[in-house]
Ligand binder design. Sequence first.
Ligand code: F0G
Length: 461
Amino acid sequence: MEHTHRTIIEPFRIRAVEPLGITTAAEREVALKRAEFNPFLLHADEVLIDLLTDSGTGAMSAAQWAALMIGDESYAGSRSFYRLESVVRALTGIRNVIPTHQGRAAEHILFSALLKPGNVVPANAHFDTTRANVEFLGGIAVDLLYDEAMDPQADLPFKGDVDLGKLRDVLTREGSNVPCVMVTITNNRGGGQPVSLGNMRAVRALCDEFKVPLFLDAARFAENSWLIKMREPGQGDRTATEIAHETFRLADGFTLSAKKDGLVNIGGLLGINNDALAELCRTRLILTEGFPTYGGLAGRDLEALAQGLQEVLDEDYLHYRHASVRYVFDRLDKLGVPMMRPPGGHAVYLDAGAFAPHLPKNQFPGVALVNALYLEGGVRGVEVGSLMFGKPATPSEPEELAALELVRLTFPRRTYTQSHMDYLVEVVSHVWYHRDKLPGYALLEQRPVLRAFTAKLAPLA
Ligand code: F0G
């Protein structure tokens, strides 16, 4: 589409609608108390605008709903699998295409075939489930972002890039103890920040030099391609499709949560060039996911995914997608709300540490902010800070807290409109103007792993 007007519109019209959960302030107070002040424990019906995640929460297109109807539910050799396989091969150039029920299943299968205890897996930044799978199998997950990428204020275009000096050091030191290098596009841990093509080419060269395979965690490959087109010198004239093609062709394989840029509500993929490794993965897959031509999904899911992967690189969609993130970012920035800079691909990350400097880390400023947004306007974000990444004290070790206290406002794809975003800005700004009144929180109950999902909390004031 030619862009001659300033307003960037949602490039779709709405064909099926779903009512929002409209509640009063008093009802939200009761609900949050019942949820032990942990928004993960709310009923989704109690949430007005749900920005908890962009994973599996998007809207499918009319063409995807139509594709569901032609899904082939054959146990083995489903036509829908072969359609998906040919779409994925054309997109990625990767030979072996293995469906899984979601991204983490692909990660588990890959690492269970590739990893030996004590192996080191370097990445720009492992997503939580990738790290957990590496560690569960006895490996060591190492994050190698540039130091500046950790500074929320540093306004750099590619804060997802791998620090090449650090990667060379790890590859030199660990030698054959490195079974693969991972690059997560975009870096969800640190603001949805993209990885540049220049950086990925350099990582490829290092992998060639040290004879190590390169895998992508490609959950948000289309958003990464768009941000390369927008930000990387020399890439502006290429299409997002061309950039995505080159990105995947730099790698030996990928894991992919289709719940993001696959534009579906469930699904994942594992792609591998090495035939022997792929065979090993298919054998593992049969144990946990099912037959290799359906991988834990229905035939109709495979159809919807094949269609979604073709739609997601549409540049009118990608333009609108990033514009909606940037719109919220720019409006909040004008009000002085501290955020991770620059705006990334799928979310706005509020810097809760700077938002509520009166709250020490062990009073969970991110939780304070998430809960205030819910109470104020029924908006649900997610804390990405010391509740999510911290660990309780043990007899031998002190309590561990996160480096950054962030709140992620994650945008489901094709789901909310600009007036929802205007409302969101209004809610955040109200909380911002009353920020000195945000109470800290005490942790009443926690489990030893992934405590954020089940923790029980209480306000201190
Ligand atoms: N890799 C990345 C970069 C992710 O963001 C996720 C999921 C996964 C892998 C795992 O995929 O959920 O299909 O098993 N991220 C979601 C989120 C959960 O909210 O950011 P999955």
